[in-house]
Design a binder for this molecule. Structure first.
Ligand SMILES: *Cc1c(COP(=O)(O)O)cnc(C)c1O
Length: 376
């Protein structure tokens, strides 16, 4: 029987060549040749801002929390329907995540609910472009500027996506990227901080380099470096950057391969979804998504459980997520919150396999397996 994994990390073939080259160059710690090269390749995709490679998106979010200078008790508005790092990075600095419900069409933070969550303690709103489909940035930026709060984009899903033809990751003061092996381009584990607000750049470099001005020292702007601020070790080895460079050079073809699969799902499953009571993604026409994820919304939790078991018995691994943060072990201690859409979506959402390197016959098999799902 055909066995289809949920994800196989895509390898372009040039990763090992570049890793060997990084070793030959004799600079395998951070900020070597390939770190510069990867940042240069990323820069136009995120709208031209400075890009600092990091060891993960989680660490880029931690840098964002340090850069906005949080005090204990400060509040950060964010969706509950997201990966744990969106909240954890800010909680680690003593801030309190304040969860806002999502829209049931895009699974993004509901921009209309943000204003009522703002208090005198609110410092930032962190948005997640779920599946790389843009949040409503016009409304979000307008409310944030009215109250003088910072916008951070957790853009882990959205590299290459856009909103009204402007790149995702270029709207907040800061935005973050993930290069975990489940993302569109990867280096196993990795990330980046995009410093959109240029006044934050000097301090961002220092925080990333253990609180020292070593980056300026390397550029010969100071004759010695020392401890100048708080910080940590957030820069990846040039070996990882070499891997990532190989991926970024193939970004166009990786995205095209993913988009082809996304569109096959959308075109093949439309009629089936209507008959069987499932919903498919329908990204708003003013958003440009990067084919990060293809989801189905089952009519209810028990149908989802039956669907996952049915796909499993056909050799196809499909997954659900997220356990909403407000109902997680740690998050539920942050105060009771009613988030009906988040609860409903997280009980019903299913993700289909979607990665460059997923073969046509595997996609055929996935679609045929869906068609044989007994609806009731
Ligand atoms: C993957 C992901 C992260 C974390 O990325 P890492 O690079 O694994 O730290 C954060 N937020 C979202 C929305 C993600 O999908």
């Amino acid at each position: 029987m055909t066995q289809v994994a949920f994800n196989r990390p895509y390898i372009t073939g040039t990763e090992t060549t570049y890793i060997a080259d990084a070793m030959r160059r004799g600079h395998v710690s951070g900020d070597g040749h390939y770190t510069t090269r990867a940042a240069e390749l990323l820069r136009p995709i995120v709208g031209g801002s400075n890009v600092l490679l990091t060891t993960s998106c989680t660490h880029a979010l931690e840098m964002a929390a340090l850069l906005i200078g949080l005090e204990p008790g400060d509040e950060i508005i964010m969706p509950s329907f997201t990966f744990v790092s969106t909240a954890n990075a800010f909680a680690l600095r003593g801030a309190r995540p304040v969860f806002v419900d999502i829209r049931d069409d895009t699974c993004n933070i509901d921009e209309k609910l943000i204003e009522q969550a703002i208090t005198a303690r609110t410092r930032a709103v962190v948005v997640v472009h779920y599946a790389g489909v843009a949040c409503e940035m016009d409304e979000i930026l307008a409310v944030a500027s009215r109250y003088g709060i910072v916008v951070v984009e957790d853009n882990a899903h959205g590299l290459g996506g856009g909103y009204r033809d402007r790149p995702l990751g270029s709207f907040g003061s800061l935005s973050t990227l993930s290069f975990h092996e489940t993302k569109n381009v990867h280096c196993g584990e990795g990330g980046a901080l995009v410093v959109v607000d240029p006044t934050l750049f000097e301090r961002a470099e220092i925080i990333r380099e253990k609180g020292t001005d070593r980056s300026r020292f390397f550029r010969k702007q100071v004759d010695k470096y020392s401890w100048v601020d708080v910080g940590s070790s957030y820069l990846p080895s040039d070996i990882l950057a070499a891997f990532l460079t190989a991926q970024l050079e193939m970004f166009g073809s990786i995205q095209a391969a993913r988009m082809k699969i996304w569109q096959r799902y959308a075109q093949s499953l439309g009629g089936w979804a209507e008959l069987s009571g499932f919903r498919l993604p329908d990204p708003p026409s003013h958003t440009q998504h990067p084919a990060h994820l293809f989801w189905l919304l089952a009519p209810d939790l028990s149908t989802r459980s039956r669907f996952i078991a049915h796909m499993d018995s056909n050799g196809v691994k499909v997954l659900f997520h997220y356990v909403p943060l407000h109902s997680s072990t740690y998050g539920s201690q942050l105060g009771a919150t009613e988030l009906p859409i988040t609860d409903s979506v997280s009980n019903r959402l299913i993700r289909l396999p979607l990665f460059a390197g997923l073969q046509d016959d595997e996609v055929d098999h996935i679609i045929e397996s869906i068609f044989t799902f007994p609806v009731s």
